[in-house]
Design a protein around this ligand. Sequence first.
Ligand code: KG4
Ligand code: ZN
Length: 342
Amino acid sequence: MDKREDVLILAIESSCDETAAAVVRNGREVLSNIISSQIALHTVYGGVVPEIASRRHIEKINQVIEEALEKAGKTLEDITAIAVTYGPGLVGALLVGVSAAKAICFATGKPLIGVHHIEGHISANFIENKDLEPPFVCLVVSGGHTHLVVVKDYGTYGILGCTRDDAAGEAFDKVARAIGLGYPGGPKIDKLSKEGNPDAISFPRAKIDGASYDFSFSGLKSAVLNYLNSCEMKGISVNNADVAASFQKAVIDVLVEHALHAVKEYGFQKFAIAGGVASNSSLRAAFETECAKRKIDFYYPSPVLCTDNAAMIGAAGYYEYQKGTRSGYDLNAVPNLKLGER
Ligand code: KG4
Ligand code: ZN
């Protein structure tokens, strides 16, 4: 039963290949979290095809929203405000969610709140960690982004570093494709790595002069491709599990070193991870161990809240609502929206 002061957010997410809707109470309690994944649809192409993604979002969006309300046992009347991802992401995909949210707000007169996708990923941490409050450092590692962020307050961010080229998840996906694992590569590399030796092949750990919190993964990806080519040329058979495990370790080493260096240098006590790659089991284990050694409190969302979902948009939307953020009916999809921009 809701109390009068309860804030119920209906959240919508359609930035890439998941059509998702959720109902979230007071930013931290998920009443429903419906995700319609398009993975099977894109697998044959080895990656997300934007035009196909947009079309599938259109087919699914109303159904997913209705299901989210039904599962939560709520009607649109009970909802306080509608939050929707408006960037960054694929423009055609984003537009479907933004248009649906605007239509609902227009029909009901409820407030509309545009949410940044990365702010959503970070806010996923608030859902299961009821005691987590800013300030803290958050490493966002997804298919499109690698950001090291100081969460100064709810909705207020300082960016310490980001990737200069490929995102961490992108590197997982490209390496997975090279060793024939298919799309999406992250979970497959995670699984195969358990059978491999992470010290079998020495892949490079990129350092960027003068920007100790920036990342670069394209050199590592090329090193893996060169290794595979040279094995082929020499007629040496490749142990894919060793390649996966060694590649994964190289990514994790760099992420752990940069992130925990920042936590220490800026004097924070709390550290969180977010985004699809944050569901990687070895990454979680490595941060668990290293944070314990350094007496840093470590936070992470359940895997289903790491990859794209609308509950995280509902959590972020709640804090934006409390700050007074409201979007107009002119809200548009912004494919390259920067964190902290409105
Ligand atoms: O956050 P997300 O769902 O979408 C973006 O906002 O990009 O992240 C998707 C990315 C993909 O690159 C996928 O391969 C990666 O997250 N990923 C993983 C794992 N699960 C998903 N990477 C490594 N290990 C995993 N277990
Ligand atoms: Zn995402």
